[in-house]
Design a protein around this ligand. Structure first.
Ligand code: BV8
Ligand code: ZN
Length: 261
């Protein structure tokens, strides 16, 4: 017997021609990637204002690279979990699904390439339906010129002299992620809010909804009349507005909702 909240969530998603999925750190928690605010979360060991800001990088690029290098090495050991895989399969099977993620890990991307996922026939091109609002842990950009490139090699943050440098102009490279106080990528942000404004349902997975403007995507969907479904073991800023709140882990709940979708 299915939980009534699961049944309700399935009904709302089945009735929606266009759906926006908004994910945060919680969707990667079962893959072993620490969240920001959870117990043992990333922010616990390092405070955001100390590290995820341009000022922190200007002040101590070595420490900031040490943190990002550690996160990169950690994520490289992790694997997509059943929530990433179920969302990736669903995006292939349903043309109207758009994924908006706040995460800088590459687990959604790796799920999309998983053999168990790519065997699902593609209902519509994925182009424009996978939007990353906060950049990528595995891409670095130059602090001086326009160089930006994938960057997966281990970072030696043991001294300022060993930090990664731009192959074009020699200036310091930085992680190509959006820090606090920085603008989000305009194109992806516009596309995310446009998709939310057209959605009939918004599935929120693993985010407290505390960081803006990304957190506003779910509010935009709700304002446009979309049903809001929240999947999280804890409390979130979306709970009061949710049509359905599924208390549980993404890796268990998301596949259960999307089965048969
Ligand atoms: C902007 C990339 C303006 C980097 C991130 C004062 C000064 C400066 C700015 C501000 C300020 N006050 C407010 C702001 C705006 C600020 C903001 O919102 N601050 C918050 C803290 C109040 N926003 C910004 O600064 C943004 N930029 O405003 O620019 C501007 C405009 C024009 C021109 C110039 C400038 C930029 C914000 C982006 C910051 N970068 N990440 C990196 O990763 O290192 S934020 C980072 O935290 C994530 O990307 C994510 O977006 C955010 C929140 O994390 P969550 O994903 O929600 O994770 P969290 O741990 O919080 O929650 C996890 C959830 O999962 C929990 O609910 C938990 O219960 C659940 N969970 C746990 N296990 C599971 C699970 N769920 C399911 N299954 C499980 N198993
Ligand atoms: Zn350069």
């Amino acid at each position: 017997m299915l939980r009534p909240d699961l049944t309700r969530a399935r009904e709302l998603l089945a009735a929606a021609a266009r759906v926006v999925v908004l994910t945060g750190a919680g969707v990667s928690a079962e893959s072993g990637v620490p969240t920001f605010r959870g117990a043992g979360g990333l922010w616990k060991q390092f405070r955001p204002e100390d590290l995820a800001t341009p000022e922190a990088f200007a002040r101590d690029p070595r420490l900031v690279w040490e943190w990002y290098g550690w996160r990169r090495a950690l994520v490289a050991q992790c694997r997509p979990n059943p929530a990433h895989l179920a969302i990736a399969r669903w995006m292939r099977a349903q043309a109207g699904v758009t994924l908006v993620t706040q995460n800088v890990d590459d687990l959604h991307e790796r799920a999309a390439e998983d053999p168990a996922v790519v065997s699902t026939p593609l209902a519509a091109p994925l182009e424009g339906r996978f939007l990353k609002l906060h950049g990528s842990l595995f891409r670095s950009k130059c602090t001086r010129c326009t160089h930006v490139a994938e960057h997966r090699e281990r970072v030696d943050a043991s001294s300022a002299d060993t930090l990664p440098r731009c192959p074009s102009c020699g200036a310091l490279l930085r992680p190509d992620v959006v820090w606090f106080g920085e603008m989000l990528p305009p194109g992806a942000t516009r596309a995310a809010f446009a998709a939310a404004g057209r959605a009939q349902a918004c599935l929120v997975v693993g985010t407290k909804g505390a960081v803006y403007p990304a957190a506003g995507v779910a509010h935009e969907a709700q304002a446009a009349g979309a049903a809001v479904i929240v999947v999280d073991p804890g409390e979130t800023d979306y709970d009061a507005m949710a049509d359905v709140r599924l208390v549980g882990a993404a890796g268990e709940v998301v596949p259960a909702i999307l089965e048969g979708c």
